[in-house]
Design a protein around this ligand. Structure first.
Ligand code: CA
Length: 227
């Protein structure tokens, strides 16, 4: 799990981000101002900084430059301004990724995971077990009731994505963002097709599901069928 500094002046957003990240097991330190945030981003030596661009004391882009002057810590910028110019300027100033308000908690969680993964932070759970499913992530292998599943790379990624958040409903948009890295594009049909292939390999059908439960009009969740 990672240590994360959240710099955001909106108390409500700050609290909900902190809660989400703490819920994923991260150590979270927050700041409502740029200057206090800068100090924390430097002195806490975090694994990641989440930085809101619209801060009361110093503009977030300026703060990002100050952080970059002294630290290589990965930074995800949060902006209400989604226009091309702002996004380009932010990435040019050294941001590793960005989120445009309003964003979903799934999207935030996915960006944090992706940036930490790229940074090589030790946040991956190496193995996941749900019911009779055993997934060894580094080995990219999965067993169902002790028998190896023959999964394509995308099917494996999809299974891991769902299993990491077993019991939680993920939308097709979430899955496009996380598995296909297409947060804004891609076709939900792609997800449907891969889900049906994965179902087949798990020996189940949409009409008679076990692990992959469709929540009509919302998405899909992976569950332990024995509970
Ligand atoms: Ca703000």
């Amino acid at each position: 799990m990672a240590s994360i500094v959240v710099i955001e002046d909106d108390q409500h957003i700050r609290a909900s981000i902190a809660q989400l990240l703490a819920g994923s097991g991260h150590d979270v330190v927050t700041s409502g101002t740029a200057m206090a945030g800068l100090e924390k981003a430097v002195h806490e030596a975090p694994d990641l900084v989440l930085l809101d661009l619209g801060l009361p004391d110093v503009d977030g882009t300026e703060l990002l430059k100050m952080i970059r002057a002294v630290s290589k810590v990965p930074v995800i910028v949060i902006t209400a301004r989604g226009d091309d110019q702002v996004v380009v300027a932010t990435l040019d100033s050294g941001a590793d990724d960005y989120l445009i308000k309003p964003f979903t908690t799934s999207q935030l969680a996915a960006r944090v995971r992706a940036v930490l993964r790229r940074a090589g932070a030790d946040t991956e759970r190496e193995r996941i077990s749900v019911g009779g499913l055993d997934i060894d992530i580094p080995a990219r292998s999965a067993l169902l009731d002790g028998a190896a599943l023959d999964l394509s790379p995308k099917e494996f990624d999809l299974l891991v994505c769902l299993a990491r958040r077993a019991g939680e409903v993920l939308t097709k948009r979430d899955l496009l963002a996380e598995v296909w890295r297409e947060p804004y594009g891609g076709s939900e049909r792609t997800v449907d097709v891969h889900l049906s292939w994965l179902r087949k390999k798990l020996g189940e059908t949409a009409a008679d599901p076990r692990y992959l439960q469709t929540v009509f009009g919302v998405g899909v969740k992976l569950v332990d069928p024995s509970t």
